[in-house]
Design a binder for this molecule. Structure first.
Ligand code: SIN
Length: 292
């Protein structure tokens, strides 16, 4: 396979590999190292059934089944459907997934390792793809922090809350999501993770905080925590850390959730069809569940 890094130094595309068939261990390792080195990798012109998407994703770790139990491929709850398509008056997928900057599952005790998405229908207007997925590089964002701030925050932890993103979608983006019930809130209590996480594959530190779910630096007084988080959120979104994936039908897009944050750009209308199938690989392989 050929690994072609993106010219701006973040993300890569991989050619000459067919993800529908069996992969050798060597190919899997090569993909995994490319993923963590480049943060986001894409494979074009793939032709995958939902079971093949699941089989490929399972090679990288334990797959998450979304607790909501909605929008899953029939018989394959690990394969989730993201879509704005409505059939017989019913949405076939989750229409507003990830539409602001966040890290998937940072609100979970065991965090996410990577996501694997397969593009089936991609909206276009005037020949340009819509519904791009944007990424920002958290290895680079950590590296560039002033040494004094790195030293000051080292060893601190950030509280991540599932309800922050959910409520933001309802109050700021007009999402039709219902309010979370007490039972749903109780099922997802806020959790803490190190503000600087040592990436289990690159061995380097990443900035592990994100605007979507991070609510508090536990070790700082409230006002100071809010000030530092605002500064980190601004820093981590500088254009120099970013890459925007322009989808084509048949793309498989895979990203490292520890080394990146991402945003699904909602620039298409309800009649401009988007259909993506998605698997979420958890990081159980790297972090002991009990210790987490
Ligand atoms: C997500 O955050 O997983 C959704 C990404 C996308 O639909 O582009």
């Amino acid at each position: 396979m050929k690994i072609l890094p993106n010219p701006q130094g973040f993300g890569a595309c991989i050619e000459d590999v067919d993800l529908s068939g069996p992969l050798s261990d060597a190919e899997q390792t090569e993909i995994e190292y490319a993923l963590c080195r480049h943060g986001v990798i894409s494979f074009s012109a793939q032709d995958l059934s939902a079971p093949q998407l699941k089989a490929f994703s399972t090679r990288f770790g334990k797959l998450e089944v979304n607790v909501a139990g909605n929008y899953q491929e029939a018989g394959l709850p690990e394969v989730m459907i993201l879509s704005n398509i409505v059939e017989d008056g019913k949405p076939i997928g989750l229409a507003d997934a990830g539409q602001d900057w966040h890290t998937d599952m940072s609100y979970s005790k065991v965090i996410a390792y990577c996501n694997i998405l397969y593009g089936i229908e991609i909206p276009h207007r005037d020949g340009e793809p819509l519904g791009c997925t944007e990424f920002s590089n958290m290895h680079a964002a950590y590296e560039d922090l002033p040494e004094s701030l790195k030293t000051r925050l080292e060893g601190m932890t950030v509280l991540h809350d599932f309800s922050k993103f959910w409520e933001m979608m309802r109050s700021e983006k007009g999402s039709q999501r219902p309010p979370l019930t007490e039972a749903q809130r109780a099922a997802k209590p806020p959790v803490s993770h190190p503000i600087f996480l040592t990436h289990p594959i690159t061995g380097k530190k990443v900035l592990y905080a994100n605007p979507g779910y991070s609510v508090r630096i536990n070790e700082l007084p409230e006002a100071e925590s809010a000030r530092v988080l605002a500064l980190l959120f601004e820093h981590q979104l500088k254009p120099k850390y970013r890459y925007r994936h322009r989808w084509a039908v048949g793309d498989v897009l895979m990203w490292d959730n520890m080394g990146t944050i991402h945003n699904a750009v909602a620039d298409y209308r309800p009649d401009e069809r988007r259909l993506i199938k998605r698997c979420q690989v958890m990081a159980n392989r790297f972090f002991d569940e009990a210790a987490a």
